[in-house]
Design a protein around this ligand. Structure first.
Ligand code: ADP
Length: 391
């Protein structure tokens, strides 16, 4: 039987019904921002046990990759947005035809979901990114190496669903070749990275565009996912201005409303290259909840609802740490060192409420704010040493 959502009205009166595809931590943080405005949010995902479940005005239990589920959910909404890219875009295109607003637009989503199409988009419009070649499978990559059209070292990226470093293989020499992913993918040269940076832009239907200050990311080397994030980034003003300019132009080029997070590589020779984008709230913007005037979650809501966009300025420097599941632990979650971590000053804890932990799973984040970024870094490293997520 089809699920009919219970529609609630907020105190602000008649509001558009806003549906979110995905009920993970990004959905939960969107729901928190919406709650401040007394704005009910509706979610579609597989289980109400997921992080956003307890904060949903109502929940549609289903699969955001399934055409029928997205259609049935979307038809009960006025506006739809996402907290994950890998949703059924055919259903979103149909919903658009039926007059439901979809932000980000499904055409842009189709490009961004496929890392190959994403790279072609940059190349065709002269946005700076590293060179690349597309391949059907691992065999085609080995053939290209044999005939000299591809050279070692390179980075292979699966075109489809990859996230947090999964679906990315760094091949430094021939010993890495057995680890190739056997799927449609792209290969690009190994970039000599000085820093990994990000800028989040936001746009609304009225055409207003804003960008956040640039942030700098430090990666957990074994898992390839962000461990620390520093804001402001230690880069010169030209690099920051260039990154903000590119992010603003990209959000226009994709015709996206809501957020667009743009990840960059700054090369050792000083070039700023686009690595990839995400058209939704992003890990590189979590510190905005505690360190900026407007959080990325408020800003995304403003973008998709065509409200005036808030001030993105930094109030205080911030360091964000991802709180990851301890390697080797899998099962119902236990937190160690919570009280000791809370004794540290200037720290804001955000636990996502995931019931199960596993190695390096993102279970939460913490943001340290301090007028002195170096002091914030020291507190953040202490917090990381104290707080453990185990099974
Ligand atoms: P994901 O979608 O999983 O986040 P990315 O494309 O961002 O994947 O790659 C994950 C990480 O791998 C990057 O943040 C960077 O550290 C490293 N990486 C990706 N591409 C390259 C490259 N061309 N050269 C060097 N390192 C890279």
């Amino acid at each position: 039987m089809e699920q009919t959502l219970k529609i609630k009205s907020g105190l602000l009166g008649k509001q558009p019904k806003l549906g979110i595809l995905g009920a993970g931590q990004l959905g939960k943080m969107l729901a928190h921002a919406a709650a401040n405005w007394d704005l009910p949010l509706y979610f579609l995902d597989k289980s109400t046990d997921f992080p956003a479940g307890p904060y949903a005005a109502d929940f549609f239990t289903g699969d955001f990759k399934n055409y029928k589920d997205v259609l049935a959910f979307g038809r009960q909404m006025d506006i739809l947005t996402i907290e994950i890219e890998h949703v059924n875009t055919d259903a979103l295109l149909q919903l658009e035809k039926e007059g439901i607003k979809v932000h980000p637009n499904p055409k842009a989503l189709n490009i961004i979901k496929d890392k190959g199409l994403q790279k072609q988009f940059y190349e065709q419009r002269n946005f700076p990114t590293s060179s690349f070649q597309l391949f059907e499978n691992a065999k085609a990559i080995l053939q290209a190496l044999d005939n000299g059209s591809l050279a070692l070292p390179f980075v292979q990226k699966s075109r489809g669903e990859g996230y947090d470093g999964k679906g990315v293989v760094v091949v430094k020499n021939s010993e890495g070749l057995p680890g190739l992913i056997d799927a449609p993918s792209l290969c690009e040269p190994l970039v000599d990275i000085e820093k990994e940076l990000a800028v989040i832009a936001c746009r609304n239907e009225s055409g207003q565009v804003v960008t956040y200050p640039m942030v700098e990311m430090e990666f957990e080397p074994s898992a390839n996912l962000v461990e620390f994030l520093f804001c402001p980034a230690a880069v010169n003003q030209d690099i920051e201005a260039k990154g903000k300019d590119i992010a603003g132009k990209l959000i226009e080029a994709f015709d996206i409303c809501g957020l667009l997070a743009v990840e960059f590589f700054l090369t050792k020779s000083g070039e700023l290259l686009i690595n990839e984008v995400a058209p939704r709230p992003h890990n590189s913007g979590h510190q905005t909840i505690d360190a900026n005037v407007t959080s990325q979650f408020e800003l995304h809501l403003q973008g998709v609802l065509n409200l005036p966009l808030g001030n993105t300025a930094l109030v205080q420097p911030g360091v964000m740490i991802n709180l990851l599941g301890e390697p080797g632990h899998k099962g119902p979650v236990k937190y160690e060192g919570l009280k000791e971590m809370m004794q540290l000053s200037n720290i804001h804890l955000h636990l996502y409420g995931k019931k199960e932990t596993r190695s390096l799973r993102k279970m939460g984040h913490a943001t340290v704010v301090h007028s002195d970024l170096e002091k914030a870094k020291t507190i953040a490293r202490k917090a990381q040493a104290i707080f453990k997520i185990k099974s």
